[in-house]
Design a protein around this ligand. Structure first.
Ligand code: CA
Length: 412
């Protein structure tokens, strides 16, 4: 109901079920989701190797593919996708899971989530700090700890799953689970046919607001040789491909808004991934600083000074985050910056990564951009304070589950 493009991809055949929920803004989310899906669906053939090995290999390939695309076109840096895959080997399912798309099983009327969300809130649930109900409405519920990002530090969960006759399986993107509770999903999944269940689930998610793309893949485990109901969408035995992977690749022009789409001021998907590496900003800043110095030396002093006063950046002041007007460069005898606004965000409330970013200064293209940078600092999850034991002084305890900026992906 809100998105101008579909960044989910879904696939269903008699032996392969898959969902990929892309992220990374504009055309990049579509690209990540469809590229990954197009590699994963190559598994839909007679396999001559162990299904779990084949699945692991395909996930690796998809990851390498995203990495390659990002290296070729830095504009798509930060794109990624979730993955939820079930591959039938004739006796059991090989399952791969990465991100916050989910797999559910309906067995004898009981719905069970069989994947664990790779999210910050799920880690809080696992540690008993919050309940599942609290997780559903938690302000940081969209923070992903793992996704397919083209890097080598995000592994998928791989497992075997033994189905029972009559089981129904649901793979879905968070566009469903953010909108609809498990109880409602359970009722819909018990519909007379899987087609009815799919239609009902999408309808319910849209009716509840439909703020994100909604994709569901539903399968029923039946005896081999059973003819499917001729009214089912799978009756022709053909694989079904939906979403981004089923659409023609769009040219990447950097301007995702097309004429007939509803006006979108900014794509919320832009916020789903980790902040850019500080190195690039530093380079930009030095470039800007050198340009400013050169301009001043060229005796265009007044003009250059005015230009500097239209520039903004976010940096530290008195231990707090501040928005500065001007440029971040020291020239003896010249003051080219002043504090536009001192926020009450303390540097100590930020993650190490963000604190370092702020300390070295973050360029902004405008005053609004500077405010946006500050607003985005809220994405840093609060440091866990529920545990009174200071973990930093006990290096032998298991690694803290608090996400670091390097492994956090933000999804609104
Ligand atoms: Ca989504």
């Amino acid at each position: 109901m809100r998105r101008s493009s579909n960044q989910d991809s879904g696939y269903a055949s008699s032996r392969l079920l898959a969902i990929a929920d892309g992220m990374g803004g504009a055309a990049a989310g579509d690209l990540a989701s469809s590229e990954a899906m197009n590699i994963i669906r190559e598994l839909d053939r007679d396999l001559d190797v162990d299904a779990l090995d084949a699945l692991a290999q395909a996930v690796k390939l998809a990851n390498a593919r995203l990495g390659e695309l990002i290296r070729r076109d830095p504009a798509v840096e930060g794109m990624g996708t979730t993955l939820e895959v079930m591959l039938w080997d004739g006796e059991k399912f090989a399952v791969a899971h990465l991100g916050d798309s989910r797999a559910y099983r309906l067995r004898e009327g009981v719905l069970t989530q069989i994947s664990d969300d790779h999210t910050f809130v799920q880690s809080l649930v696992d540690e008993g700090r919050i309940s599942r109900d609290e997780a559903r409405v938690h302000p940081h519920r969209s923070l992903l700890l793992r996704a397919l990002l083209g890097r080598d530090d995000n592994e998928a969960d791989l497992s075997w799953l033994q189905p029972h006759l009559g089981d129904r399986y649901l793979l879905c993107s968070d566009g469903l689970t953010d909108m609809v509770t498990d109880d409602v999903i359970a009722r819909a999944m018990a519909s007379e046919t899987i087609d009815m269940a799919a239609t009902e689930l999408v309808r319910l998610a849209l009716e509840a607001g439909g703020v994100d793309n909604v994709t569901v893949v539903i399968a029923e485990f039946v005896e081999a040789g059973t003819d499917p109901d001729e009214h089912l969408s799978c009756a022709d035995g053909q694989p079904q491909l939906v979403g981004a992977a089923s659409q023609q690749a769009r040219p990447r022009t950097g301007n995702a808004a097309s004429g007939h789409d509803e006006p979108v001021n900014f794509d919320p998907e832009e916020l789903r991934y980790a902040p850019r590496e500080p190195s690039r900003r530093r380079w930009l800043r030095w470039t800007a600083a050198l340009v400013v110095v050169a301009a001043i030396l060229a005796a265009a002093g007044t003009y250059a000074y005015k230009w500097t006063q239209d520039q903004y950046f976010v940096a530290a002041q008195d231990g707090k985050v501040a928005i500065f007007r001007g440029v971040q460069v020291d020239i003896p005898g010249l003051t080219l910056q002043h504090v536009e606004e001192l926020t009450d965000i303390s540097l100590t409330s930020l993650s190490d990564f963000q604190r370092r970013q702020i300390e070295s200064g973050v360029e902004a293209s405008s005053r609004a951009d500077a405010y946006k940078t500050v607003a985005e600092l809220d994405i840093t999850p609060p440091a866990p304070t529920a545990t009174p034991t200071p973990t930093k002084t006990t290096p032998s305890t298991k690694a803290s589950r608090t996400p670091t900026a390097a492994n956090v992906v933000w999804r609104p």
